[in-house]
Design a protein around this ligand. Sequence first.
Ligand code: ZN
Length: 277
Amino acid sequence: MPELPEVETIRVALEPHLVGRTFERVEINDPRLVRPFEPLAVAAELEGERVAALDRRGKYLIVRFESGRVLLIHLRMTGSLRHAATGELGDDPYRRAVVRLDDGSDVAYRDVRRFGTWHLLEPHEVDGYLGLRVGDEPLERRFTAKRLGERLAGRRAPLKAALLDQRTVAGLGNIYVDEALWRAQLHPLREAGTLGADELQRLTRAIREALRAGIRRQGASLRDYAQPDGRRGRAQERFRVYGREGEPCPRCGTPIEKIRSAGRGTWYCPSCQRLSR
Ligand SMILES: [Zn+2]
């Protein structure tokens, strides 16, 4: 599922096509996308809105309109966005919405599993909505070992679960948590509240490095994710542990092991990432 690097890649690619453009016509073909609101009503509200900025918070894509309203897009499991010149969108049974921009191009939303959401928020609702759901941005300067330590303090949950919680750090999912823990040489089942200062330092750096590696390769295309021009990301070619059960650890050569944690497949190196030392 798309995590911070995938959403950031989409944001960077769409930004020049969206900013300054007006939503001329909006079609929403799946009521689940906007419920509890009516697709026709939401589409009518969006028509005529002009885009001021395209931002991101965690895994949310934030379309900021000049009116102050915001369209929050969450891709969940299998959502993706495609930008195409007029008439270039082919048939797609999984297309759930299309926005026609005032330059004649289209932004299409595709979602096989249909868990993605589009929320249109009024200006006064935005900060509260995101504040409840999303913690520190890991690529911003404010994210430090001290901040991360405060978020993990007293938590008995395993690191894997604590880092999947979007209020701990924004934007991490199953892939980049495993990759970050390998880089930090920390076991996924380690109790989150027990990290020392040097371990927090390593983990903070590792989260940043794992995310930046993903962004550099335009995200990971394992199943449905693609960039807005249709190309696949290449981050999966460089995973250190994720999905690599039985293959050698790139650091020490020990076969990577797979366990389950927080209900998710979890990959790690049993030599580099020890539970106790
Ligand atoms: Zn290793």
